[in-house]
Write a protein that binds this ligand. Structure first.
Ligand code: M6R
Length: 608
């Protein structure tokens, strides 16, 4: 959601900013802009639509001269997508330019105050308030000015700022929106995410809330909100640039679907030592684990779906009651958080605004938080009491695939570990699960080998209007994810239902030819789900079934069947989800949609 890039160094800034913004396209945007300081003036160019428009306007950046600049991709919140509303914004004299990711919640009050002081606004954005406030408080010292502004604005922000009076400096500050600093040789960067700068440097600083950064081409200085200089530790990015490139795949989503065996291996293997699950990063003692009375799993979107699945496994293996909440609900519903409660926050980006708020709500009430996070150094990772990283690597496509799969595997590991400590998992079952867990990557690979089968089926359904997904237990949990995958990238209406719920209303939507995808991988529930399949087929539905290879379904039962390898009953969703991801992907491709950057969506939802 909004992408920021800033550059200061010896090279021309604009091409580097455009390149960085391209790497942030996955975050979602509807307009873009650049501000480059040419030594005399700050020149701003903005465009509505794709970055290509901005490229054309600036001759790939060559028309904007100067070695200091800031760039932005905007995902509209306050004010429609338009050239005027896009960033950078500036003060009236055009001596200060600013790009912003986040929401200034008290912008109306500040705007009224500034209008009374004679300021004129040209956009409908909350960000323009920041440009004028910087002007209003400017005392010749940018760090002091930024600190003053920071004390007056409420909400979330990552800001990149240039001042005409300080032609050899670039400034940044953040609160609750992501921002990193990249350190190169005689050049430095700011960015919303690592891929934007990885081509130039692996050395980064993660900026904490309310820290101000002053960059020149040689140095980086950090200040707290009292304008005192602070020391920070530099980190090295371990992953490679190729992880953030398409490497010959048509789309990032397909590449990431194919990366799942590796992502699963990387997440599971380091935590299995000598036939035991060892989660070194957990600081919880065995006593702490035995004392857990209740777990809340809190997340958004697909991460929430992973949580719904995790509930079955944790309750089954560790016999701890689990409640799964949407972060946007949890944060406002005053949940009952008693002693002995553990809150697990799941997030790929680690920057989802509602999930961060839920984490803070739990911590403020003295509850321990365990984060299951993919992005190293992200806010949720930093603020959780314990963090378990999913090693999926960078995920670029808006629709998550490999991160979701690794979230499932992290939950399996936790469930088994807790079950072992609590003595609720019999030895035999533990070893059986462990064996199957280690085999998951290969089994996912097998399903990927059969992709043509799914592609063929998807091509028949590119024109579908409504698609229903049904299943029971964990098959219902994975249906939620299958349905989201389809709708978010193909724009086909789709719903997932617990199969037993159909009769309570939804079945009235089934018409001749309606596609129903039924997931049936749990042996104990096969027959029940088959009855539900019969019910919808009787009413004209066309049924695609996803089931285990030993559950042979004849033509009388389902119209089309995708078989997946057999695994432990708790892990079947990790296999069932793969054909569902491929189905969503191929339908989206068949409809000519923008698979990696679906309309209206952003990769990380950093505003409420
Ligand atoms: O970064 P997070 O895991 O916290 O993101 C949560 C959701 O926004 C995310 O899973 C979203 O639903 C994806 N578009 C699903 O593909």
């Amino acid at each position: 959601m909004c992408g920021i890039v800033g550059y200061i160094g010896n090279q021309e800034a604009a091409p580097i900013l455009l390149d960085g913004l391209t790497k942030l396209e996955y975050r979602g945007y509807d307009s873009a802009g650049l501000a480059v300081f040419d030594g005399e003036n700050i020149n701003i160019v903005k465009a509505k639509g794709r970055l290509q428009v901005l490229r054309e306007l600036t001759g790939d950046g060559k028309a904007l001269k100067g070695c200091i600049g800031i760039g932005h991709t905007r995902w509209a919140t306050h004010g429609a997508p338009s050239v005027t509303n896009s960033h950078p914004h500036h003060n009236a004299k055009e001596t200060i330019a600013v790009v912003h990711n986040g929401i200034i919640e008290n912008y109306m009050k500040l705007k009224e105050k500034l209008i009374k002081k004679g300021y004129t606004f040209i956009s409908e954005t909350d960000t323009e308030v920041v440009a004028h406030l910087l002007d209003y408080y400017y005392n010749g010292n940018p760090v002091e000015t930024i600190a003053k502004v920071m004390h007056r604005v409420e909400g979330s922000y990552a800001l990149g700022i240039i001042f005409k009076d300080h032609p050899d400096k670039l400034y940044a500050v953040r609160k609750d929106s992501p921002l990193i600093v990249g350190v190169g040789e005689h050049e430095n960067f700011i960015a919303s995410d690592v891929p934007a700068i990885l081509k130039y440097t692996r050395n980064v600083y993660f900026i904490e809330n309310e820290e101000i950064v002053e960059l020149s081409k040689k140095d980086v200085h950090f200040y707290n909100s009292d304008v005192e200089e602070i020391e920070k530790e530099m980190s090295e990015v371990k992953w490679d640039i190729s992880a953030a490139e398409k490497s010959g795949y048509e789309h990032f989503m397909l590449k990431e679907i194919y990366e799942q065996p590796k992502a699963l291996r990387d997440t599971i293997s380091p935590r299995v030592k000598n036939g035991e699950i060892v989660i070194d990063e957990l600081t919880m003692t065995e006593e702490d684990i035995k004392n857990i009375k209740k777990i809340f799993i809190v997340a958004c979107g697909s991460a929430y779906h992973a949580g719904v699945n995790g509930k079955y496994v944790i309750e089954g293996a560790a016999r701890i009651p689990v409640e799964v909440d949407l972060a946007s609900e949890f944060r406002y519903r005053n949940p009952i958080l008693e002693e002995g409660t553990l809150v697990i926050i799941i997030s790929q980006s680690g920057e989802t605004a509602d999930s961060i708020a839920a984490l803070r709500e739990a911590k403020s009430r003295g509850i321990k938080v365990l984060g299951i996070v993919n992005v190293v150094g992200s806010t949720i990772a930093r603020e959780s009491d314990n963090v378990m990283y999913t090693w999926a690597g960078p995920e670029i496509a808006v629709a998550t695939t490999k991160a979701y799969s690794t979230q499932l595997s992290a939950l399996y590991l936790l469930a088994m570990y807790f079950g072992k400590v609590k003595g609720t998992l019999a030895k035999e079952e533990y070893s059986d699960m462990l064996k199957e867990l280690m085999l998951l990557p290969d089994k996912v690979q097998t399903i990927l080998g059969d992709k043509e089968n799914i592609q063929f089926f998807a091509n028949r359904y590119v024109g579908a209007k409504d698609v229903f997904f049904i299943g029971r237990g964990q098959d219902y949990a994975v249906s939620l994810e299958g349905s989201l995958k389809l709708k978010e990238i193909s724009y086909i209406h789709s719903e997932a239902y617990a199969a037993g719920e159909l009769k309570h209303g939804t079945i009235s939507l089934i018409e001749e030819g309606t596609l129903v995808t039924a997931v049936l991988t749990n042996e104990e529930l096969y027959k029940k789900t088959i009855s539900n399949i019969v019910e919808v087929r009787t009413r004209g539905a066309f049924v695609l079934a996803v089931t285990n290879e030993d559950n042979i379904l004849d033509k009388e039962t389902a119209d089309y069947v995708i078989y997946i390898p057999k695994t432990h009953k708790y892990f079947t969703s990790s296999l069932a989800v793969v054909p569902l991801q491929l189905f969503g992907y191929y339908v989206s491709v068949g409809r000519g949609c923008d698979v990696d950057k679906p309309r209206n969506l952003a990769k990380s939802v950093t505003v409420e």
